[in-house]
Design a protein around this ligand. Structure first.
Ligand SMILES: [Zn+2]
Length: 307
């Protein structure tokens, strides 16, 4: 029997990943390329469509595609048809992505989702957490990717933009944020801030060695404390069954997940939810978004609430 595939594209600010996931959840023909090498004209939807068609032709899977799923580093509308705000790929904002691709891929299901939600779908499947009532995801990369899952479904919120804990305002912080507001937590606990800290305070250290060489300094301990505040804030509000923590930052060499866990416990309300708080640190993997896209597409769109 010929297998069918989910074609998944995970678009990041810097790199774009694409793969075809078969029914056994094996990723075929995985490719990673600079995002700007795909979006080269004034028509980003045409660029996107061209890239997908070229990939399908090259992979020779035309006629065997269950769905095409695209992950964006962005907020999306509740209907999941267009990108609302994308600081790293602003050219994609407010375009009818799904409608456009449906025209060029007749009969194929087209889904778009936030990139972090795809990571969460992958981890939920890997750790068999779909039965949890309340699940939180924190992916610390350039910013803070946050996902809330309710009864195994991505919780979208009234406008589709729930799970933006990175943009919790912090008293006394006036830093401009990529979202347009000032004083967001992401500017104290995200990778972008970490890169700035590295440049300004540890100039001679390559960023990948930052925690190995300077992990014990007050600056980096405070940074981890701010990450813990981001997590504990939401834990105190939602009392989750489990919290998944991943992304590039906690997976850096020398990063103390023990310290992060300890700080999260310090900031979480006693006796509960602190007492039985379950935290899972998950690894970073280039293919995770692509794989998560296949779980999302095949599991059906199990969103909470109305649509
Ligand atoms: Zn913000």
């Amino acid at each position: 029997m010929r297998s069918s595939y989910v074609v998944a594209m995970d678009i990041g600010g810097t790199n774009l990943r694409i793969g075809a996931v078969d029914e056994r959840y094996e990723v075929r023909n995985f490719q990673k390329k600079p995002t700007r090498s795909v979006f080269t004209t004034q028509e980003p939807l045409a660029d996107l469509s061209r890239c997908l068609h070229a990939y399908v032709a090259q992979t020779q899977i035309a006629g065997r595609i269950d769905a095409i799923v695209i992950g964006f580093p962005a907020t999306l509308n509740r209907q999941r048809t267009k990108v609302l705000q994308a600081a790293n790929i602003p050219f994609m904002e407010n375009l009818p992505v799904v409608e456009y691709l449906q025209e060029t891929f007749k009969g194929v299901k087209i889904l778009i989702e936030r990139d972090v939600c795809l990571l969460m779908c992958c981890d939920m499947a890997a750790y068999r957490l779909a039965d949890c009532e309340m699940l939180l995801g924190y992916y610390f990369g350039t910013g803070i990717g946050n996902v809330v899952c309710l009864n195994g479904s991505l919780y979208l919120g009234a406008h589709g933009v729930a799970g933006e804990a990175g943009h919790i305002p912090v008293a006394g912080n006036d830093e401009a944020c990529g979202c347009g507001n000032r004083g967001c937590l992401e500017n104290l606990a995200g990778g972008k801030y970490l890169a700035k800290l590295c440049r300004e305070r540890f100039g001679d250290t390559p960023i990948q060695d930052l925690f190995v060489r300077h992990g014990k300094t007050a600056e980096l301990q405070t940074f981890i404390d701010h990450m813990a505040i981001a997590v504990a804030t939401e834990v105190n509000i939602l009392d989750p069954d489990c919290v998944l923590i991943g992304g590039g930052v906690p997976n850096m060499k020398g990063f103390s997940t023990e310290l992060l866990e300890k700080k999260i416990h310090e900031h979480t309300r006693k006796p509960c939810p602190e007492q039985d708080l379950k935290i899972i640190f998950v690894e970073d993997d280039d293919k995770k978004g692509v794989l998560g896209a296949a779980y999302l597409a095949r599991g059906g769109r199990r969103n909470s609430g109305r649509l």
